[in-house]
Design a protein around this ligand. Structure first.
Ligand SMILES: NC(=O)c1ccc[n+]([C@@H]2O[C@H](COP(=O)([O-])OP(=O)(O)OC[C@H]3O[C@@H](n4cnc5c(N)ncnc54)[C@H](O)[C@@H]3O)[C@@H](O)[C@H]2O)c1
Length: 258
């Protein structure tokens, strides 16, 4: 393989990529990086002002982005969104699912309101499943696809007093492992990613006790930056990620070395 063709595998030229959670944090950084690598990026989120901002940033840099208002806890809205994106662009090369939220933190499992518990599962797990279900038939027809699910270190190790989030993210890791084997001969890879604490707005409402616990567990002694996560996502979502599937990539500053 020549150097040029190796480089081409990390380029997104002529590709269409959906990024959920693109209005903020990790998703926003991933959308910007992948657009800079020449993809047409469809930025989906429930935060319209955040979407407007990220699309303006990407287009003013001379790259392509469009926005879609989407709540990933709404199954029929996901179905419509995937179908209209595929009709418009004729293909979907990668799905990068970064939308998520932590839900209750600093609470013992028995004190968590069931509605709150279910909502965390709906967004962080059901949303991820529905996106995958609706995008896979399109990718199978193309005989090509990359799916990246942003899970969490919480799904690998479990953080105390974050039971709904731990449940959803570990469910997501298991989901990815099995689906990967179903599509392994279809030109499709699906992987997840387990960040430790990354400096994004998601942590603003996390109980101090919980946040201090998570930070104290990071041997690197600092928070991760969204661009560090975006770099790994950009690899996972590209043609270059062709022989790794069903895996949970680590980005935890040394907390999880497995
Ligand atoms: N930042 C961290 O420390 C960290 C650590 C581990 C995992 N994660 C995961 O990374 C992903 C991105 O988080 P982030 O840190 O960038 O947070 P963030 O809050 O900056 O961004 C999350 C985005 O998801 C969107 N979102 C939330 N619920 C949604 C829904 N129902 N439908 C559509 N969009 C929705 C929000 O509007 C927001 O724009 C999440 O899945 C999160 O669980 C983050």
């Amino acid at each position: 393989m020549s150097d040029n063709s190796a480089f081409a595998n990390t380029s997104y030229q002529d590709q269409v990529v959906i990024v959920t959670g693109a209005a903020s944090g990790i998703g926003r950084s991933a959308a910007q990086l992948i657009a800079a690598r020449r993809a047409k990026v469809i930025c989906a989120d429930l935060n319209q002002p955040g979407l407007d901002e990220v699309v303006a940033t990407i287009t003013s840099a001379g790259n392509y982005a469009e926005s879609a208002l989407l709540d990933i806890s709404n199954q029929s809205a996901i179905k419509d969104f995937i179908s209209s994106s595929a009709s418009k662009h004729k293909r979907i090369d990668a799905l990068i699912n970064c939308a998520g939220y932590p839900g209750p933190t600093g609470k013992f499992v028995e004190d968590i309101d069931w509605d709150d518990y279910q909502k965390v599962i709906s967004v962080n797990l059901f949303g991820a499943i529905w996106l995958t279900q609706y995008v896979l038939p399109i990718m199978k027809k193309q005989k090509y696809g990359r799916i990246v699910q942003v899970a969490s270190i919480a799904g690998k190790e479990g953080n105390p007093k974050m039971a709904p989030y731990n449940t959803a993210k570990s469910g997501l890791i298991g989901f990815v492992k099995g689906v990967a084997k179903e599509v392994a001969t279809d030109g499709i890879t699906i992987n997840s990613l387990a960040p430790a604490v990354i400096a994004t707005p998601i942590n603003v409402n996390t109980a101090k006790e919980t946040l201090d616990y998570m930070i104290s567990k990071i041997p690197a002694g600092r928070l991760g930056e969204p661009i560090e996560v975006a770099e790994m996502i950009a690899f996972m979502g590209s043609k270059a990620c062709s022989f790794t599937t069903g895996f949970t990539f680590d980005i935890s500053g040394g907390r999880a070395t497995y």
